[in-house]
Write a protein that binds this ligand. Structure first.
Ligand code: SAH
Ligand code: TYD
Ligand code: ZN
Length: 408
């Protein structure tokens, strides 16, 4: 019997297609001496028969994930800093109306995008529930409201600040299961000619690259143009543009407006036609994906065991949230991966969720190179390869597992 749940978009039937087992919270890095019981949930994903939206079967309470000590810093990558600075400049140049425009960001994290908006003097607010990262944004001159964005937050902002010309959200809209409330909020807060722009990992790329590590507690929805178009329609909004992005392993940026406010670009129909041709949520496609995931697990674990049995060392590179899924699903612990290096201060000195692999600074990896490095932050490959050229020059080899297991 298929396992089903109710779609958060259209109330249709969501049919499970992959079960990644009992998983910890992906960003819950622990002190090594902690005796606190660890929180686990069942990580599984389904596709809605009605609107095609791909979504988690179980929801983790938001306060468990996003709190004062949420460790992820958006500014940790030079490439991402440039990406968001570019986007901020584009929004400033193209989407502001009237003499006192207003920009709202949902999930501004450490202010990586809004610092450029703040520096230009444009009125703005970043809504960010995680206190530590919100404080970093404020220290960059960004106006922050420490809160979860939902309908009540939106109505409150509307009351005090008026309509928004731009509502922007990167890597956050997909994190929000209570999307009905958020969409009602956006519909109310958005100016008549305004845009709601968001970017998130693209399900088409996840299927193409077997990047199953995009699946973890924080990533509730896996969008396609088809499912977003339907979601918009059900909310009185309309999808008028889609733009593929190379960031975070393949994303799509969606532009929504009040229904009928702008003519959709040709890119929308073209993308939807391509998705129909690829049958992204057809049972065959999904079962091929599951087989691919199982193959990656077998090959990766075999590779790591062979290296260990030869007495050689492997260190992980990038204690990503994504890596929690790979390590826990594959059962990779400190016996196979000595430690993981990561530049984020709040992760160093801790151990990874579930598998309890130590996280150390990149300097520790550079001090005594291992024979192999497992590229867990594969979405930042170019930046990391450039930074760590000396590793390969010294004979070190990179292990990757996206789109397939390879050693170079
Ligand atoms: N925009 C940044 C941050 C992504 S991390 C980037 O692209 O790098 C996701 C962020 O969303 C976290 O900082 C988290 O605290 C925040 N978040 C989670 N739920 C939210 C909600 N309902 N409203 C606003 N922010 C939220
Ligand atoms: P990222 O892949 O952006 O996100 P997620 O945690 O959502 O999967 O995380 C990248 C991690 O890699 C982050 O903890 C910072 C770290 N990192 C480095 O240690 N060095 C680097 O050069 C880069 C780009 C990232
Ligand atoms: Zn649905």
């Amino acid at each position: 019997m298929a396992i089903t749940s109710e779609c958060r978009i259209c109330s249709g039937e969501v049919v499970e297609f992959i079960d990644l087992g009992r998983q910890p919270l992906a960003d819950a890095f622990r002190l090594p001496e902690s005796r606190e019981p660890e929180f686990f949930y069942r990580l599984s994903v389904g596709a809605c028969r009605g609107c095609q939206m791909v979504q988690l079967m179980e929801e983790v309470p938001r306060e468990r994930m996003f709190h004062q000590d949420y460790p992820y810093l958006s500014s940790g990558s030079t490439v991402m800093r440039a990406h968001f600075e570019g986007m901020a400049k584009r929004l400033l140049a193209t989407e502001l109306q009237g003499s006192d425009p207003f920009v709202v960001e949902i999930g501004c994290n450490d202010g990586v995008l809004l610092r450029t908006i703040a520096a230009s003097g444009v009125r703005h607010v970043g809504v960010e529930p995680s206190g530590g990262v919100a404080d970093l944004a404020a220290s960059e001159g960004v106006t922050v409201r420490k809160d979860f964005f939902e309908e009540s937050t939106a109505l409150d902002i509307l009351d005090s600040q008026g309509h928004a010309d731009v509502i922007y959200s990167a890597n956050t809209f997909s994190h929000i299961p209570y999307v009905d409330s958020v969409l009602r909020g956006i519909k109310a807060l958005l100016a008549p000619g305004g845009v709601f722009v968001f970017e998130d990992p693209y399900f088409g790329d996840i299927i193409e690259r077997t990047s199953f590590d995009q699946i973890y507690d924080e990533h509730f929805f896996f969008f396609t143009a088809q499912s977003v178009a339907r979601m918009a329609e059900l909310s009185g909004l309309e999808l008028v543009d889609v733009e593929p992005l190379p960031t975070h392993g393949g994303q799509l940026r969606y532009t929504l407006v009040h229904a009928g406010a702008r003519r959709p670009s040709d890119a929308v129909a073209a993308r939807i036609a391509e998705e129909e041709r690829r049958e992204l949520t057809a049972p065959d496609t999904l079962s091929r994906f599951v087989s691919g995931v199982e193959r990656v697990r077998t090959e990766l674990v075999d590779e790591l065991k062979r290296i260990r049995d030869r007495g050689e060392r492997v260190v992980g590179y990038g204690a990503t949230a994504k890596s929690a899924t790979v390590l826990n699903y594959c059962g990779i612990g400190p016996d196979l991966l000595e430690f993981i290096c990561d530049s984020t201060p709040a992760k160093q000195g801790r151990v990874t969720p579930g598998m309890h692999i130590p996280v150390r600074s990149p300097e520790e990896y550079r001090r005594s190179y291992p024979e192999y490095a497992l590229l867990l932050a594969w979405n930042h490959a170019e930046e990391i390869m450039a930074k760590e050229k000396a590793f390969q020059e010294a004979g070190g080899r990179w292990i990757r597992y996206v789109p397939e297991v390879s050693v170079t």
